[in-house]
Design a protein around this ligand. Structure first.
Ligand SMILES: Nc1ncnc2c1ncn2[C@@H]1O[C@H](COP(=O)(O)OP(=O)(O)OP(=O)(O)O)[C@@H](O)[C@H]1O
Ligand SMILES: [Mg+2]
Length: 452
């Protein structure tokens, strides 16, 4: 029996989603940070070369015959050669006067001598990195300030950055895939702990209400603790219920039996027909109550034990032989012959008390509803038991209803009963995974077959 459980989401999926989402965010951060750092380092490299080129031009400046002369080596500009054939621009000023180079290559105002300045400007439709420096020359006619700007396009730099971005993106994707794999594994591992606990609980026998002893992760201790408390309470309640049923049966049947014996004894002494009739009705009512109480308690016991079958290897033939022996006195009172036909032992791993209860109800019905001087045949064949009698059989129109609770046939006459006998048989059979079939023999008589 599986109880309906309300579900909301999946822990495993939620955990995997959170971890994968985290991995995706980390991969993006990794990409952005590594790319920014690479850009900074690459820019630093370009700035260093520009600065060296600018310094070598400035260093070559001298005052000759009152004029500023710059005789810078070829290497001053050739050091700026790149794979991407970046274009190089330069401008040399004395104060505001252009001495050489591109006049529109801006020289930032307020240049401090011996300090290099770097800026990225848009020059001739392209981003150009410009390094600017200044130097003060002292001549016969005083101080002369010259400033030099060297600009270079950034094709090689952006090529390098693109290559780095591609590699970092690949690294990010690799990291994401790895982290996702790890996330799925971690989520499965975590939910696996819960699954293992579930398996260990569901694998138990129905009577096993012992606490869960398997070690569990720290976080699952409260859950297992509550489960163990629940099981110990259930164990206690079940034991109490079992004791209660046995006690109740005893307490109801015993006083009723006493009242019945008093009523019968009084019936022997009373002669007045009206009083006798009243006593007969009283005995019948007591019989009805006693039967109903007994059957109700048996039914409660069967319902209770059906959930917790106490199985053992039972020989159905042997069990029926004992039962027949015990019920023979009742059969003899009605001159009914009680025959047991069996090929041999018929073993079943079942609850002997419940099986005995079920068969007793079938034989009890046969003895109760069949007329005197007939025969009741009990046949054990394989794992099926059939009880047939020589009575009028089940009424065809109600045969399918008779195993219902408190259902009695229309023609029960004055036979005492509560309508629970076949309900008990059905419950016991179902608990053992079997089926009960009611039928009528062609030659007359009812047959109840229990097949395991
Ligand atoms: N062998 C039988 N022959 C004819 N009718 C039967 C036979 N066995 C059962 N029935 C019918 O099926 C009905 C239900 O049987 P069931 O054993 O459940 O209840 P009951 O015998 O009336 O009461 P009790 O609970 O005391 O056994 C009976 O009332 C009776 O009408
Ligand atoms: Mg009955």
């Amino acid at each position: 029996m599986t109880a309906e459980v309300n579900t909301r989401g999946s822990l495993r999926k939620r955990l995997a989603l959170i971890l994968t989402g985290g991995a995706a965010v980390l991969a993006v951060i990794l990409f952005v940070v590594v790319r920014a750092l690479s850009a900074q380092i690459a820019q630093q490299g370009q700035d260093n070369v520009l600065s060296a080129s600018m310094s070598s031009i400035l260093d070559s400046a001298v005052i000759r015959d009152g004029r500023i002369s710059l005789d810078f080596p070829y290497s001053s500009l050739s050091m700026l050669t790149t794979d991407a054939d970046d274009r190089v621009f330069y401008a040399i000023y004395e104060g505001d006067i252009l001495l050489s180079g591109y006049g529109d290559l801006m020289v930032p105002p307020g240049i401090t001598p011996d300090v290099s300045q770097f800026s990225t400007v848009d020059y001739k439709g392209q981003p150009v990195r410009v390094a600017t420096g200044a130097r003060t020359l002292v001549g016969a006619d005083g101080q002369r300030n010259i400033s030099v700007s060297i600009g270079q396009t950034q094709d090689a730099l952006s090529n390098t950055l693109n290559a780095i971005s591609r590699n970092v993106a690949l690294l990010g994707v690799g990291f994401f895939v790895l982290a996702t794999g790890l996330a799925i594994w971690a989520a499965s591992f975590t939910s696996g702990q819960l699954r293992r606990l579930t398996t260990s609980v569901t694998k138990r026998g129905p009577q096993d209400l012992s606490p869960v002893a398997k070690p569990v992760p720290y976080e699952m201790v409260p859950l297992v603790g509550s489960l163990n408390t629940l099981m110990s309470r259930l164990d206690h309640t079940l034991t109490q219920s079992e004791d209660f049923i046995a006690e109740a049966a005893h307490r109801i049947r015993t006083p009723l039996a006493t009242v019945r014996s008093h009523a019968e004894a009084t019936l022997q002494r009373v002669e007045h027909p009206e009083n006798r009739q009243a006593l007969v009705s009283m005995v019948r009512a007591i019989d009805e109550s006693s039967r109903a109480a007994g059957q109700l308690l048996d039914h409660a016991m069967v319902t209770f034990r059906a959930e917790n079958l106490e199985r053992s290897d039972v020989d159905l033939t042997e069990l029926l032989r004992e039962l027949v022996q015990r019920m023979r006195p009742i059969a003899d009172m009605k001159d009914i012959t009680l025959d047991l036909v069996a090929d041999g032992p018929a073993m079943l791993h079942g609850d002997a008390i419940l099986l005995q209860n079920a068969f007793r109800n079938l034989i009890d019905n046969a003895l109760k509803y069949a007329p005197a001087e007939t025969a009741v045949k009990i046949r054990v064949a394989g794992r099926s038991v059939t009880v047939c009698d020589g009575g009028s059989g089940f009424a065809a129109d109600e045969i399918h209803l008779l195993s219902g609770r408190f259902v009695r046939g229309k023609d029960t006459g004055n036979k005492v009963g509560s309508g629970l006998g076949l309900t008990i048989v059905q419950a016991v059979t179902t608990a053992h995974g079997g089926t009960m079939t009611l039928s009528n023999r062609p030659e007359g008589g009812a047959c109840a077959t229990v097949q395991f």
